[in-house]
Design a protein around this ligand. Sequence first.
Ligand code: ARG
Ligand code: ZN
Length: 456
Amino acid sequence: MLLCLPGMVRAQGQAAPVTVPAGFTLPEGAGDRIYPQLGDAGLDVLHYDLSLTSDPRVDELSGRAVLTVTALRELAQVNLDFEGLTVTGAKIDGTPARHAQVGTKLLLRPARPVPAGATFTVTVAYRGTPPLHLDPADGLRLGWITQAGGSYVLSEPDGSHTFFPCNDVPADGATYSVHLDVPEGFVGVAGGVPGDPVTAGGRTRASFELPFEIPTYAMTVHVGRLQVVPRPGFAGVTVRDVFPRDVDDAVRSSFGSPARMLEVLSGWFGPFPYPLYGVAVVNDPQIPALETATLSTFPARAQGERVAAHEMAHQWFGDSVRLADWSDVWLNEGFATYAEQLYLEAQGEDPGALPARWYSSLRNAPARGLVARSAPQLFDTSSYLRGALALHALRGAVGDGVFREVLRTYVTRFTGRAVRTADLLDVVRDVAGQAGTDAVTPWVVGPDLPPLPPAS
Ligand code: ARG
Ligand code: ZN
């Protein structure tokens, strides 16, 4: 029997009435300040084991996801984010579980409630055509995308649940194993350390291990006529880039030297968080770059070294140190943007130029404090440029030595953990004292634009 509820579930911008099958209840969402309906506060996903079978010549995907989850409270129902694909079977701890897909949620009923503190597995088999999921703020297509003979994912902030069932909030970091099964002649690459691919029966299978906790949107997959190109690494970090075979040389060579970039940025932030890194180029010149863990995603466009440095910096700030709430996204974008300055300075460029440009952009935009209040603010000028200038102001006030110590303390304290703005302010106070706090606070609190800090 289908029970029609008077309430509605909001499915990413469009309000559609939903029916909740008898025996299931409509979940609350984890209560993120920008995306309150995403996730479930009762779940801590530890690991996703994803097997994805795809053929980029047809827009279809079949998958099997095994989630290892700790219950943070007693769970009569397990609620995951999942949109568009059809679930063909679900188990909890190996036993078939009743399930229902309601709006953008997959609801599962364990045979008996999972006690608080218990760790259990959820296995979901699914297939279908990944849905069209647009970022409501800017219309960007998110999730699993098949085009131009290839498939890729672009998930920030909430596209991941178009290709695997997940707790789609940045606060819940998890480790990953990904197994890709693609037609022979295609190459599948996911984030993480690759095993050896095996081709048999017209299919190529390859596995990838990512034993570091990352947010869901930082998980990446690319399938296509791809080429994996080794590059010189730095300090034990292996570098490989992934290009569509037919990509322009101008694009291939636009990312600068990853070894030099790793050297400069690790000089400020401490050791690179992963054993490997690289860029993956997507056959679309329009998409934004995205800091997918161990393998940043870029459009097929020569964007240059600044963007390359930006995405590399996100591996520390966003992927390794992740957000507790989307409203604090400036902690990702401000740090990554400031890394552009740190890199260009190290390459001998005028240290005053970029901050002056940032400042004049900010004067032409509405001023706001750094904590975002709405989805359109997440990736706006303030998140990026005001965020970067907050760090520039701190550096100017306390000097390079103390600034470096702030960055490293923040990274060390919060690697593998979720941060809020208050956590950064605690580090600033602990390491840089009152002078540091006084320099950074007016930028954080706002709304007025403080004066441009002097060049350091
Ligand atoms: N974090 C990406 C960057 O490197 C930007 C992602 C933009 N996402 C979006 N839905 N508009 O700056
Ligand atoms: Zn960024």
